[in-house]
Design a protein. Sequence first.
Length: 73
Amino acid sequence: MIEFTLQNVSAGLLSIGAVAEYWRTRRGPLVLLAVAVTHARAFCVCLRWLIRRAPGDWRAAYPQAVQFVKEQG
């Protein structure tokens, strides 16, 4: 009997996605792994940039949000 745990479902979906991407691009598994690592690193860099900007963005946006709420209520 197959148990539908989070790990099993995640592994199945990742496997299906990997096979589908292989058949779509005809790239080997190492090339697909390199592409996945590149995108994972880009995501982390982007997240780091956004986290650095968050305090400044929050300070600029909060007064506008307060004004918006005052106008709505």
